[in-house]
Ligand binder design. Structure first.
Ligand SMILES: Nc1nc2c(ncn2[C@@H]2O[C@H](COP(=O)(O)OP(=O)(O)O)[C@@H](O)[C@H]2O)c(=O)[nH]1
Ligand SMILES: Nc1ncnc2c1ncn2[C@@H]1O[C@H](COP(=O)(O)OP(=O)(O)O)[C@@H](O)[C@H]1O
Length: 223
């Protein structure tokens, strides 16, 4: 049995609301393992796995992949982290996924990034991604040190196929119809914490203060 309490945290928000950016900041300060459903799917596409090839057209069209596929994939990864605290990013995105997760684990906190759709549309057309790590950059907000290259590895950055304006509109629509009900699911359980704004640098101090207060024992450097 682990001596430490395990904390299970989810980060939610529409596509482009800053989940990846805020997650990167969280794992710098807190001992949580970051699991991103989008990064896992893109790694499968990149490695041309059977699953990746099957899912690619769904993702490129801005549609969600089937619930059973993503739930199986994520729950398998979570089982490998049985004794660690985790931060889940991009899952669950439907009530059925939330129920599948709830059957296996109880969630301590859900961080909801509430960013207006207009702000998101502007951001995503200038998002650049380092696919192997999931690190994200933005031409205006956090440009890479050398244009077009990842700061850590020097490898090339790419623009995601699903970040075109038409596909972003479709993803926002699927967020409204399929993912917003998940917020209600967690609100009813009393674990939803919403952070609203248009700038990550203004939202972040509130997220950080909330986590410090709620989970003091998982700060980096705390035994
Ligand atoms: N202009 C601007 N861009 C931001 C801000 N926060 C994040 N971004 C960028 O917006 C894009 C989407 O952020 P990301 O963290 O990938 O969002 P996710 O899709 O929710 O994981 C990325 O290119 C980020 O670098 C912000 O406050 N202002
Ligand atoms: N939990 C999920 N359920 C269904 N599809 C998912 C899920 N997570 C990711 N995907 C697929 O991968 C795409 C990219 O996901 P992600 O990187 O989390 O996007 P975003 O940056 O838009 O929040 C989604 O548009 C969807 O097609």
């Amino acid at each position: 049995m682990s001596l430490h309490k395990i904390f299970r945290v989810i980060i939610m928000g529409p596509p482009g609301s800053g989940k990846g950016t805020v997650s990167a900041r969280i794992i710098k300060s807190f001992l949580l393992k970051h699991i991103s459903s989008g990064d896992i799917l893109r790694a499968n596409i990149n490695a041309k796995t059977e699953l990746g090839l099957l899912m690619k057209s769904c993702i490129d069209q801005g549609q969600l992949v089937p619930d059973d596929v993503i739930s199986r994939l994520i729950l398998k990864d979570l089982r490998a982290l049985e004794n660690s605290s985790w931060l889940l990013d991009g899952f669950p995105r439907t009530v059925s996924q939330a129920e599948a997760l709830e059957d296996a684990y109880s969630v301590d906190s859900v961080l909801n990034l509430n960013v207006p759709f207009q702000t998101i549309k502007e951001r995503l057309t200038s998002r650049w991604t380092h696919l192997p790590s999931g690190r994200v950059y933005n031409i205006d907000f956090n440009p890479p040190k050398v244009p077009g290259l990842d700061d850590v590895t020097g490898e090339p950055l790419v623009q995601r196929d699903d970040d075109s304006p038409e596909t972003v509109t479709r993803r926002l629509r699927s967020y409204e119809t399929q993912t917003e009900p998940v917020l209600e699911f967690y609100r009813c359980k009393g674990v939803l914490q919403t952070f609203s704004g248009t700038e990550t640098n203004k939202i972040w101090p509130h997220v950080e203060a909330f986590l410090h207060k709620k989970f003091p024992s998982i700060q980096q450097g705390v035994a």
